[in-house]
Ligand binder design. Structure first.
Ligand code: 5GP
Length: 193
């Protein structure tokens, strides 16, 4: 029988480097995949529909909510973000470790709905570094950065709800730590060496 997959919730304040961390993990393991979310936010330069996100209208998003198509969804900085349920569940069924890279409210919903999911909170080394990373990214206005910093403080306060906290100070170390978590959680589930 093939191994069981699992859902991994990776949550972190905006600008903490969760996408970079995931990319590094995906380079090292072939059993991981990433759920592509739907959002009503406008695409940033270089973002591709269907790869980074499914960029959809508010009315289409609300129709999908009505149809129960999301595993979870949340409102973040005045936009909707949601995880399409069917592909995530199909990936787990196929034995994959399916990463949901999502904010706190959505993470809480998945923890309730999928108690088997592993939840990891990626912590910035400190608030100053987080602010510098957000500014360096050059994708948000000053007001939007202030708003994201405010949300970040709230997210950090509730990081104790997660199964694991990993500090993203050095990329390589954070990736090593998450990799070990994945290996050990898979062993627990599949009871094998
Ligand atoms: P951004 O606008 O920077 O791409 O994302 C803003 C926040 O929304 C980030 O914390 C990101 O992880 C989160 N996010 C992305 N997709 C989803 C999703 O499907 N559901 C939820 N709840 N949050 C998401």
């Amino acid at each position: 029988m093939g191994n069981k997959g699992m859902i991994v919730i990776l949550s972190a304040p905006s600008g903490c480097g969760k996408d970079t961390v995931f990319k590094e993990i995906a380079k090292r393991r072939d059993d991981v995949c990433e759920s592509v979310s739907a959002t009503t936010r406008a695409p940033r330069e270089g973002e591709i529909n269907g790869i980074n996100y499914y960029f959809i209208s508010k009315s289409e998003f609300e129709r999908k909510i009505e149809n129960n198509e999301f595993l979870e969804y949340a409102n973040y900085a005045d936009c909707y973000y949601g995880t399409p349920a069917a592909p995530a569940l199909a990936n787990v069924e196929a034995g994959k470790i399916c990463f949901l890279i999502i904010e706190r409210k959505g993470a809480q919903k998945v923890m309730k709905r999928c108690p088997d999911a592993v939840s990891i909170f990626l912590m910035p080394p400190d608030m100053k570094t987080l602010e510098q990373r957000l500014k360096k990214r050059n994708t948000e206005s000053d007001d939007a950065i202030l708003n994201r910093m405010k949300i970040a403080r709230e997210e950090i306060k509730s990081s104790g709800e997660f199964d694991y906290i990993v500090v993203n100070n050095e990329l390589e170390k954070a990736v090593d730590e998450i990799n070990e978590i994945l290996t050990s959680e898979l062993k627990k589930r599949n009871n094998s060496l």
